[in-house]
Design a binder for this molecule. Structure first.
Ligand code: NAD
Length: 356
């Protein structure tokens, strides 16, 4: 069956990095993998063409696709628009529209790039963690919320931390499924000693674990998890947590690697449809100069093959091509070190295509 992929280049460096990811996918297509790409605008690009950051045209293409490959959105020229029209609203809208509740953020540090991290090379070299963050619930969405004056006449702000059983079950299943595809170790992060919501989370995760007897499940309080990520990050394989803890821990984990141009991400819905995008933004400072690192986007395309299309072999092939090119000393400016071979965005694409 033809794999239907919506391609949203977006703004800034988006079109440059997406072009390189498409070249890599094209290698597989030419070898016979049935892929169909349909391009549509998102963010500022969509505002310019349609007056909205996630217009109906794009919505229709994304709804009909099996997976969405996105560059990045945003730029200073859009910062003065009314909030609902800003590029970043396009991102929130597409996530909501496609029901993307599971955010997968790998933090991988190739041994060749160990010096890019602010941590000691021996602590981070070879790091390979997957953080699974619940994306549509928790204190970010719980009701009631707001600001009010309490009975003592003092102003206060309040939010509600809440998770339903079905919300915890579905994210737990995603995390166990990913652990099964990796080293079969899952750490569930909570604050069960203080917060009933996460005590409940832990109870449900333990129940779901019965369906995955091969996976070794552990639990950790979020404050300890934040420390352990810095102290000994290689102890982790897959981590699963709620929206607010995941927001913070996934950013912390990504910075262990020190190179934003390398970090892929995926957001999945219940039918394994996914939105795949680099973790970085549209980098307006280097846009249009052929300087961007396309690897995060290329690795996002690899995640798409693994998680939406269940093609582990093709995903690994792309990841191995990236490793080979790094081992050969090719570096874009953001990961450049003295003595290495500095290349442009499209030259990095050339090398990865050749290594395929
Ligand atoms: P950014 O990630 O775009 O850039 C931060 C720094 O990292 C810049 O110096 C940039 O040049 C560099 N950088 C980022 N990606 C790179 C790559 N692939 N190769 C080489 N260098 C790279 O973050 P920012 O500057 O805070 O935001 C710029 C714009 O992007 C804003 O409009 C913001 O709203 C938007 N943004 C979009 C997303 C997204 O589309 N998912 C995420 C974050 C920020």
């Amino acid at each position: 069956m033809t794999m239907k992929i919506a391609v949203l280049p977006g703004d800034g460096i988006g079109p440059e990095i997406i072009a390189q990811a498409l070249r890599v996918l094209d290698v597989l297509k030419k070898e016979g993998m049935p892929m169909e790409f349909t391009e549509a605008p998102l963010g500022g690009q969509a505002y310019d063409q349609y007056g909205a950051p996630y217009p109906e045209f794009t919505q229709k293409i994304c709804r009909e696709a099996d997976a969405v490959l996105l560059g990045a959105v945003g730029g200073p020229q859009y910062d003065t628009l009314d909030r609902p029209l800003r590029p970043e609203r396009g991102l929130l809208a597409i996530r909501k529209d496609l029901g993307l509740f599971a955010n997968l953020r790998p933090a991988v540090l190739y041994p060749e790039l160990a010096n890019a991290s602010t941590l000691k090379p021996e602590v981070v070299a070879g790091l390979d963690i997957m953080i699974v963050r619940e994306l549509t619930g928790d204190v970010y969405f719980g009701q009631p919320r707001g600001m009010r004056t309490n009975e003592k006449g003092e102003r206060e702000g309040f939010n509600t931390m809440v998770y339903s059983e079905s919300e915890v079950r579905r994210i737990a299943h995603v995390a166990f499924g990913i652990a099964m595809k990796r080293n079969k170790k899952l750490c569930s992060v909570d604050k069960a000693n203080v917060l009933e919501t996460t005590e409940f989370w832990k109870e449900i995760v333990i129940d779901v674990a019965k369906e995955y007897p091969e996976v070794e499940l552990s639990h950790m309080y979020v404050d300890n998890a934040a420390m352990q990520l810095i102290r000994n990050p290689k102890q982790f394989d897959v981590m699963v947590t709620g929206n607010i803890f995941g927001d913070i821990l996934s950013d912390e984990a990504s910075m262990l690697t020190g190179s934003i141009g390398m970090l892929a991400s995926a957001s999945l819905n219940e039918t394994k449809k996914g939105l795949y995008e680099p973790s970085h933004g549209s980098a307006p400072d280097i846009a249009g100069k052929n300087l961007a690192n396309p690897i995060a986007t290329i690795l996002s395309a690899a995640m798409m093959l693994r998680y939406t299309f269940d093609n582990e072999a093709a995903a690994t092939r792309i990841e191995n091509a990236v490793k080979k090119v790094l081992a050969a000393g090719y570096r874009t400016g953001d990961i450049y070190e003295a003595g290495m071979n500095r290349v442009s965005c499209s030259e990095m694409g050339d090398q990865i295509v050749a290594a395929m």
